[in-house]
Structure formats: structure tokens, C-alpha cells
Ligand binder design. Structure first.
Ligand SMILES: Cc1cc2nc3c(=O)[nH]c(=O)nc-3n(C[C@H](O)[C@H](O)[C@H](O)COP(=O)(O)OP(=O)(O)OC[C@H]3O[C@@H](n4cnc5c(N)ncnc54)[C@H](O)[C@@H]3O)c2cc1C
Length: 381
């Protein structure tokens, strides 16, 4: 039976970032992926590296992660399409402008560079937005990248530091002694990290992680049509909507000149199929902000599943009472951003060293010791 120090299950961007970080520490790493590296939600995501202010904990993790991505910038190959376009939160009316000013105060107080735009400045910054908008907040440090190639690069870096990367074989079970693969083989690991995104509860049941479906559209190439990642301030209501299906205007310029148009959020729809009703709502919302999109050709539409938690924070750390079995899931709509911060928090925990940001808000133990059912395979005492 093969042995390693750290076995990571799932090679989406979170698992790949973990493999990269642990292999950098010269630990013996195995990364096991049921399908292809960077498939799953990672291939479906937008790749907006955004700092967020929903809570201090989300701010800390997104900001830390942005800094980590920026530190990698020089090493990222062209196909990762790392781009410093910044983001613009778009305010439709004076009510939303109040939110712009609240956000400005929040971010400036924490050293994040932002800029308030009035209506004229917004129109100049993004001429294809409709007239009559109130203004916006430019997030100068936000970035975008192409998630599947970023995940592949992280996994390749891990491999060049000695990590084993196996794609096309699933993990069937995690036990205290070993991880059992679907091909019948077993790997003994000092620590196992379940980074299987929205599927994480299949291997590690007991936490409230729910798939939240999203749709995206990609257009043909229209360089310069959009200059920033654009998000309506109503997006925050869409994210917060706990039950109902929701859509929000969210458009990203890609290095290729293509535009990614989103986004939607749906619980309770397990089908991968494009839902024409939601897609229609999403596109109408985009046209309400940017009518000129109607002249562009869309070339593809797809769906993906975010891993959502009730408190809107990821789950990063060892299971209560199971010090060798870690979770790295629940990143919802920010897993591309926060993959690298997640990986550093896990390395620090496994190596027993302090972290740059407090780790407590993300620990599985925040749900209480009894909140997780003991996975049968772990023979909990
Ligand atoms: C429409 C949409 C837009 C988004 N936009 C953004 C954005 O702009 N910015 C941002 O930061 N985030 C965004 N996200 C969220 C982001 O895509 C996810 O949070 C992130 O990709 C999660 O990565 P992951 O590695 O945890 O999961 P995944 O990418 O889903 O990877 C999990 C992997 O585990 C594998 N796996 C599952 N079961 C097993 C098993 N038993 N054995 C082995 N392997 C297994 C799967 O095949 C998969 O490859 C978006 C998501 C969606 C759906």
C-alpha cells in the first residue's frame, strides 16, 4: 500500500491549491481526482478574485487570498489569463449609493484601495452601461483569471515538487487507516483533506453543505466592450437570498475579448441542465444594465454547483475529534478567490504553526462538537 503525508481528495481549484502548498513544504502529497483536474465547479466558475465585506471573516480570507494570488502573479503562465482589470460595483440609485459609501468606508478603513465614481465617472469608465445609473465603487485590487488553467497550473506545480496527481479515479471511502480508491487500491495518509466541493458530504457526511446551482453565458470576442468586472449592488441580495432562486447582473471581460455573463443562484435544482426560465431572467437582468449586450453573440451556456454553507463561510480544518481528517469545502461563490488562502490555513494547521489570519471562523468545530454526525467509516469513539 502506498503511503503519503497528505492525501487530497478532489482536484478542483481548492484541492489543487492545497497540493501546491503542501508540496512546497516538501511533504509527500497525493492528489486524487475522480474526473479531470480543474473540472467541477472550478470549470464552471467566473474567476473573479474579489475582496468581500459581508463579514470580517469573509473579508480576512478574501483579502489574504488576493494577496497570495498577487504574490503568484509573476509565475502564472499566460494561459491562466490573470488580469488586473479591477471590479466595479454598480449603484442603480441613491439608495445603492449609500451602500457604495458604506463599502468605501469599510474598505478604506482596512487599507483596500477603492474609488467612488459618480454617474458621469461611471459612464466614462463603462460606456456600454445604460444611462441613468447613480454611480459605483471601483475595487482597484480585484483581479480575474481563468479557473481551470489556474487549477491545472497549481496541480502541475505540486507535481514538479514531487506530488502524485491521479486523475480519473474516485475516492470511495476515507477510513482512519487508509483512503480507498474506486480502482480497489488504497493509500495510507497521515492527513486526508476532503476538497470535493459540493460533493464533500458524500465522503464526510454531517455538515450542512448544499449545492447551489449557477448559470453562465459566454459571448464571442468583443474586446473593450466591458473594461472591469461589473457587478450590480443587488448581487448582494441575490447571494443572501436563502431560499428563492435569484439572478444578478455580473459581467466579466476575458483576456480573449469574450464576455462572461452571469449570474444565477438556485438551491433545490440538482439537474446539470440549463434552466431556460432562470437563464432568461439572468439575461434580461444583464440587458437592463447593459442594453448593448443584445447585439452580441452568445456562444455557450453552462451550469455549475457552488458548495454553500448556512453561515456563508467555508469549512476549513479537522473534523471534531478526527484530527487526521480535514475538510476544505463550502466556498460557495468565492472558491476561486479563496482557494489559495484555504490552502495556507490548512498547511499552518497541519504543521502546527500560526496563521496570518484567524482560522477559527472557518473551523468545522464552529458548528459544535455534536454538529457533525460521525462518519461510519471513521469508527468514532
Ligand atoms: C456560476 C459560478 C460562478 C462562479 N464565479 C466565481 C467567481 O467569480 N469567483 C470565485 O472566487 N468563485 C466563483 N465561483 C465559485 C467557485 O467556482 C467554487 O467555489 C470553486 O470552484 C470550488 O472549488 P472546489 O475545488 O472546492 O470544488 P470543485 O471545483 O467542484 O472540485 C471538486 C473536485 O472533486 C472531485 N471529486 C468529487 N468527488 C470525488 C471523489 N469521491 N473522489 C475524487 N474526486 C472527487 C470533482 O470531480 C471535482 O473535480 C463560481 C461558481 C459558479 C457555479
Amino acid at each position: 500500500m502506498k503511503t503519503c503525508d497528505v492525501l487530497i481528495v478532489g482536484a478542483g481549484i481548492v484541492g489543487a491549491a492545497c497540493a501546491h502548498a503542501f508540496a512546497r513544504e516538501r511533504m509527500r502529497v497525493e492528489l486524487v481526482e475522480a474526473s479531470v483536474v480543474g473540472g467541477g465547479a472550478t470549470a464552471a466558475g467566473m474567476g473573479h478574485l474579489a475582496v468581500m465585506d459581508d463579514s470580517e471573516a469573509l473579508f480576512a480570507l478574501t483579502r489574504y487570498s488576493q494577496e497570495l494570488w498577487e504574490a503568484l502573479r509573476e509565475r502564472l503562465p499566460a494561459e491562466v489569463e490573470y488580469d488586473g482589470c479591477g471590479s466595479l460595483w454598480v449603484a442603480a440609485d441613491e439608495e445603492e449609493m449609500k451602500e457604495v459609501h458604506r463599502k468605501r468606508q469599510f474598505y478604506e478603513g482596512r487599507g483596500v484601495p477603492v474609488e467612488v465614481l459618480d454617474a458621469a465617472a461611471l459612464a466614462k469608465a463603462e460606456p456600454n452601461l445604460r444611462g441613468g445609473l447613480a454611480g459605483g465603487l471601483r475595487m482597484l485590487g480585484d483581479r480575474v483569471l481563468y479557473p481551470p488553467t489556474a487549477a491545472r497550473w497549481l496541480a502541475d506545480q505540486a507535481a514538479s515538487n514531487g506530488a502524485g496527481v491521479r486523475a480519473g479515479v474516485a475516492v470511495a471511502e476515507i477510513t482512519p487507516e487508509a483512503v480507498h480508491l474506486s480502482d480497489g487500491s488504497r493509500i495510507a495518509a497521515g492527513v486526508t483533506i476532503n476538497a470535493t466541493g459540493a460533493a464533500a458530504m458524500k465522503l464526510t457526511p454531517g455538515f450542512d453543505v448544499r449545492p447551489r446551482k449557477g448559470h453562465l453565458v459566454i459571448t464571442d470576442r468583443y474586446p473593450g466592450f466591458v473594461r472591469h468586472q461589473l457587478i450590480e449592488l443587488g448581487y448582494l441580495k441575490s447571494v443572501a437570498a436563502a431560499g428563492a432562486d435569484s439572478v444578478a447582473f455580473n459581467v466579466q471581460p476575458r483576456r480573449t475579448g469574450q464576455l462572461l455573463i452571469g449570474s444565477s443562484r438556485q438551491f433545490d435544482d440538482a439537474s446539470r441542465a440549463v434552466n431556460p426560465g432562470i437563464l432568461g431572467q439572468m439575461v434580461r437582468r444583464a440587458l437592463a444594465y447593459m442594453p448593448g449586450l443584445a447585439r452580441l453573440s452568445a456562444i455557450r451556456t453552462w451550469t455549475g454547483f457552488r458548495a454553500a454553507t448556512a453561515d456563508k463561510l467555508p469549512i476549513i480544518g479537522p473534523l471534531p475529534g478526527q484530527e487526521r481528517h480535514y475538510l476544505a469545502t463550502g466556498h460557495e461563490g468565492l472558491g476561486i478567490t479563496t482557494a489559495v488562502g484555504t490552502a495556507e490555513l490548512l498547511v499552518d494547521q497541519v504543521l502546527g504553526r500560526p496563521s496570518r489570519i484567524p482560522r477559527e471562523p472557518y473551523l468545522p468545530t464552529r458548528f459544535g462538537q455534536g454538529a457533525t454526525a460521525c462518519p461510519a467509516a471513521l469508527h468514532c469513539s
